[in-house]
Design a protein around this ligand. Structure first.
Ligand SMILES: [Fe+2]
Length: 236
């Protein structure tokens, strides 16, 4: 091996090591990461337009992640908690962690709960039985959930949760709060979520939130809702 080749290899090795150390340090100080969308930005068209998805994910969600990472030095404990654990003890942190930690969890969940129109399947047997037991029918669930979403004053979320007693319930939260948080009135495991902040719909639907909520059902990923329902049942 020629000396200059050896030098180049050594340099490359040192560089690789330095890059690995630097990225490890970056992860240490910025442990929260923006997940990729599980589909293309235009996959939910025409229900949710690509520009809304790009801004919602690439700017709003990214800002929650970045702002949460800015709190790591102040709260080193953030490095030891996963996103769900953080929600369950959110009362130990300040308002910025509540808003941005909630925003990161809520949006990470929300993306997975949608699929291209016609690709989201239908509620499976176990979930259907629970829906019929607790709401009477899927139509009744939709009507109640949509009314709850339309009724959120200002920015917030509508949720379908599995309560600790195993029953399904519809709740809403303001801002970026969610039903896992140890500060909300009705707690439970979210299996369906709808973002009713104006940033989720205003470009296409303007002030007509009810129109957005109505067509949003076309992109619900029932396969994922069913999977989360199964996990929530298994944890009991
Ligand atoms: Fe949002």
């Amino acid at each position: 091996m020629r000396p200059n080749t050896l030098t180049a290899l050594l340099a490359a090795g040192l560089l690789t090591g330095a890059v690995m150390l630097a990225s490890a340090a970056a992860r240490e100080n910025a442990p929260f990461i923006l997940p990729d969308l599980p589909y293309a930005a235009d996959a939910l068209e025409p229900v949710i337009d690509a520009q809304t998805m790009e801004i919602h994910h690439g700017r709003h969600h990214r800002a929650y992640v970045n702002n949460l990472n800015l709190k790591v030095n102040e709260y080193p404990r953030l490095k030891t908690l996963n996103l769900e654990q953080l929600q369950r003890e959110i009362s130990s942190f300040d308002t910025a962690v509540r808003n941005n930690g909630g925003g990161h969890y809520n949006h990470s969940l929300f993306w997975t709960l949608m699929a291209a129109p016609g690709q989201g399947g239908e509620p499976g047997k176990a979930l259907m039985a629970a829906i019929e037991r607790d709401f009477g029918s899927v139509d009744a669930l939709r009507t109640q959930f949509s009314a709850a979403a339309a009724g959120v004053f200002g920015a917030g979320w509508a949720w379908l949760i599995v309560r600790d007693d195993g029953r399904l319930a519809i709740t809403t939260t303001p801002n970026q709060d969610n039903p896992l948080m140890d500060i909300v009135a009705e707690r439970g495991t979210p299996i369906l979520a709808l973002d009713v902040w104006e940033h989720a719909y205003y470009l296409k639907y303007r002030n007509k939130r009810a129109d957005y909520v109505e067509v949003w059902w076309q992109v619900v990923n029932w396969t994922e809702v069913e999977r989360r329902f199964g996990n929530a049942q298994a944890r009991k």
